[in-house]
Write a protein that binds this ligand. Structure first.
Ligand code: SF4
Length: 164
């Protein structure tokens, strides 16, 4: 049975920068959890960042550019946390590979987990299209990333992987 890597904050774990969770109350995710198919993961905490932590944004591009070395992840005070974000992405990919997950459901808008949009690096609350750092690495490595509003699409994709 296919397994699914899921942002730990979507599963109710209080790992976000502000010490909160963003629990997604979804029947399918509940069923997958009961079946032991869910791999909870927080790239930022695994990359060594504390809870709570200063909010960070990608400056100069998106997660793809961070992986290519042309953008950085900075806190609002200007601290460079790029290395922790890249390490968290690598560990997320390790977790997916170890667990046999080819699908991930990650929290939208995060500089790690965003898949459709991220914030624009000016700490102004403005979002732009782009991948977070973990999403960029997972997608490059063949793990398909969906967000918390695309759980039905993730289930459809899982079925295509599971069909003979
Ligand atoms: Fe949630 Fe991802 Fe942020 Fe961790 S890095 S708190 S899993 S959105």
């Amino acid at each position: 049975m296919e397994r699914i890597l899921v942002s730990a904050c979507l599963l109710g774990r209080p790992v976000r920068y502000d010490g909160a969770a963003k629990n997604v109350d979804d029947e399918l995710v509940g069923r997958w959890r009961a079946e032991g198919r869910v791999i909870p993961f927080c790239p930022e905490v695994s990359g060594g960042l504390p809870v709570p932590r200063p909010p960070a944004e990608i400056v100069g591009g998106d997660g793809e550019a961070v992986l290519d070395g042309t953008a950085r992840v900075l806190t609002g005070a200007g601290a460079d946390v790029t290395a922790a974000f890249v390490q968290g992405a690598r560990l997320a990919l390790d977790a997916a590979r170890r667990g046999g997950a080819r699908v991930a459901i990650l929290k939208e808008g995060s500089p790690s987990c965003g898949s459709l949009r991220i914030y624009d690096g000016r700490f102004s609350g403005t979002s732009i299209p782009g991948h977070g750092v973990t999403t960029a690495l997972l997608e490059r490595s063949g793990v398909r990333v969906f967000d918390e509003d695309q759980i039905d699409a993730a289930a459809t994709y899982l079925r295509t992987l599971e069909s003979p």
